[in-house]
Design a protein around this ligand. Sequence first.
Ligand code: MCN
Ligand code: CUM
Length: 793
Amino acid sequence: RCRVSTVDSRALDEIKIGGMGASRRRVEDDRFIRGKGNYIDDVVLPGMLHMEILRSPLAHARIKSIDTSKAYAIPGVRLVLTGEMMATRNLAWMPTLSYDTQAVLATDKVRFQGQEVACVIADDPYLAKDGCEAIVVDYEPLPPIVNPEQALAEGSPLIRDDKENQRDNVAFDWEVGDRDGTDRAFAQADLVSEIDLHYPRSHPSPLECCGSIADFNRSTSKLTVYLTSQAPHIVRAAVSLIAELPEHMIRIISPDLGGGFGNKVPVYPGYVVSILASILLETPVKWIEDRSGNLISTGFGRDVYLHGELALRKDGRILGVRMNTVSDHGAFFADAQPSKFKIGLMHSAFACYDVPYAHLSARGVYTNKAPGGVAYRCSFRVTEAMFFQERMVQAAADDLGMDQAEFRRVNFVRDDDFPHRTPYGFLTDSGQYGKCLDVALEAVGYEDFLRQQQQARQEGRLLGIGISTMTEPLGAGNSREYDILGIKMFDSAELRVHMTGRAILRTGARTQGQGHETTWAQIVAHELGLPSADVVVEEGDTDTAPFGMGTYASRSTPVAGAAVAMAARKVRAKSRKLAAHLLEVSEEDLEWELGRFYVRSAPERGVSIQECAMAAYSNMPDGLEPGLEATAFYDPPNLTWPFAAYVCTVEIDPQTGVWDVLNFVAVDDCGVRINPMIVEGQIMGGLTEAYAMANMQFITFDSEGNCVGSNFMDYLLPTAWETPGYELHEVVTPCPHHPIGAKGVGECATVGGPAAFVNAVVNAVGEAQVRNIDMPVLPDRVYQAITQRCNVS
Ligand code: MCN
Ligand code: CUM
């Protein structure tokens, strides 16, 4: 499906070669849909042993003893590792990506249900599992803490008594913004609108769980690890630091990934133990996480409480914002996020609104739950930021008695106001916010719907409309402000053009389903005029890929994608020298058109990029280095700021509280689209996840700290049956600093989507009736809201 609207000849040429703007079919899907992908569990190495993890059944308990003798008695069990044994090698604890520590295998206490206590390595996975069951652990139960309120209560038990200076369950206290200015703004307000919200814990649930195969070769001292990672180079650095192995002796291979959604960013205990086991046994050791293990122990998303306040003027202008968050990080502060920002990019809230003053105070707490917090298509907690923002905005408009759309429009940053400093200090650079909202309202038939809604109410039917508009920061970094554990967030790409004009491109990103194999080739096609089918893309092997910080925070297009364009431009610059030599003119006399240099004064005299490639190996001018290859490191000047306007209409069945989506319109502006079909796929997938969170997903814990929702009977994934249809539109405001004008898009819909659904349901019940219904907006909660006039959580 070709979606190029301005059909000029250049655009047609791009479509022909599968370049920029072509809805080229995803090349990786051929192997994926035929079952020919090479996922971690497909990798089989000679002599490979299998590892299983024994997990804690209790959320908080002291370990009195661990008896492994019965496990060792099982024929086929080769090794049993406990925290005590890890400690003898200084590996019982590991650093996290947020300057905390995390237990690899528990030594003193277990701190959440599902925590790794011991590992059994055996001839097959079943024997390893039997081995785990044969281990006897004597626990002394301690009172579990399952929410921040308990964690912060006077006299509550200390979860992190392993940390020397830790006196309470606070992981961090952090603030940003102008406190005094914000206080002044509130003092001047005609009205203050307040709301309390919770973004519940949710789980990314990729189709494929996590896993690793460590293969230590004593004779070469080389450690090769196949591992499910969105950021293999970071893992290499982490393994080097944790295991004290030299980096050049570590090779991380991240094979095909069956989805990631942020779940595959952290370094997990299973990876570390399998590596040690392979070093000790000198044979490959494979660990494959099962679904329950994944749901109860690995990187979750959200779990943040907000008290939000908006200072408002009668005419609808927002004068100031106060946000006070408490986030539940579980037992270890293990989020991967830029070092400077303790609560991720939560302070990107209100970036699309022209608000003079804002202040955010954020407190993170430890609880007896699995660690994580930054996962599930969140772009470093931007998901929470935008959800809170858009729920606050809806409540404020209602408090003012103002139309939802009008309230947003009055406060939007105007098109001619860029660059714009956001209230928390980010710099946004481009956007057409009003236009996006207009397109969305027009598509949904806003005025008409409001009339229908009035009419329906008189008939006892409950219709609602929800709006969510936001600009979000995608693409960390710029190395001045963004790093993880001090490693600066730039990226790189390496392009090798062979003599026949075919090429291989490698980057330090790692696609998990986003389609990099397709889209990176399109960028090269656009820059060089090579057919994209002639460019093979490879990612995920630290021995061959150039350094990169990986794929998360929708940073691949903004950073690695930019590096791809810059590497291709270097190749083009060198090709120009080769073309000048072939055409016997000076470089200055040459013009470039897609795939060809020609002589300005004689356009029929030209050479193709393929001819230049051949010349680089067979006929180069004196003094020019042979070959046609380039590497580019790209340190972006800023984040990219896509915008989205989502509008959802719903109808609630007043008898049951069940709500159905009538219509969902999404207008996304992610700058120039490399592959419109892939962008649309990303948006539809993201909206479906947003719908899932709004409607059905949460991982809860009972008072003992038992995880309720450790399987797909309880934790629901939306199927085609539940998933609503979406109507997609686009607006294009090119990113002013990105080499091809693209902005990130991978997380836009998950970030902006949930508020549209929730706003619609709250609107349908009636804002006068209910202030808030916490996600997931389950039918019983809606029913309660209809019948009892209350906040529902
Ligand atoms: N793209 C484009 N034009 C643009 C922007 C992007 O054609 N203007 C294309 C890109 O080339 C890429 C895709 O859209 O093929 C997503 O690009 P980008 O926005 O740069 O995001 P990333 O590639 O960095 O992907 C990360 C993002 C994140 S953080 C999560 S979480 C997530 C998501 O992508 N996980 C996913 N989408 C996912 N989709 C799948 N199928 N599986 C996951 O695990
Ligand atoms: Cu926060 S999930 Mo994605 O950024 O890998």
